[in-house]
Write a protein of this length. Sequence first.
Lengths: 111, 116
Amino acid sequence: GNSVTQMEGPVTLSEEAFLTINCTYTATGYPSLFWYVQYPGEGLQLLLKATKADDKGSNKGFEATYRKETTSFHLEKGSVQVSDSAVYFCALRDNFNKFYFGSGTKLNVKP
Amino acid sequence: GAGVSQSPSNKVTEKGKDVELRCDPISGHTALYWYRQSLGQGLEFLIYFQGNSAPDKSGLPSDRFSAERTGGSVSTLTIQRTQQEDSAVYLCASSLAVGGAYNEQFFGPGTRLTVL
């Protein structure tokens, strides 16, 4: 069946460090891929998405590229800020509009 | 309202009781989704509505769970004869449409359900 696996947290980084949060997926067909973010005390919100292979989603300095050959959608940011501290969820939507989420990765950025 | 709202925000109930969770989507959003997030787990997709109909109910954990949506707006998720393993945060999301360019989901704050 379809599934999403993302690296376990928490991930602790110093401000301005490079961030990678790994995400791999298993899916039939042609899923769309998403990263959602949940800031402390807030609801989930869409961070970025990619709908087909080789697409790159980007927002707020974050990027992720849909890699069909490695079934991956790793989240990256060149220089993290304290305000990026949150829980990040990787997700896919299958051809039947069902969503599958990873378990979330907590990011702590220290000043 | 400006965003997706859910009620109640917290619900404590006794094992065996029925509970009803409510979701008010963003006005005009035709698609509505229910998820469950257990402690330390990712989001588990339960069901989605396109208008008032739910094309696929296979994500509901058991026949104790049911959901309906009327008038293309408010949705209720009902859990009958609650069990302790039903304790979780139940999240609702809505989107302008199910697919295509307008499928960004906007999430509500969730209902935290505790079954004693």
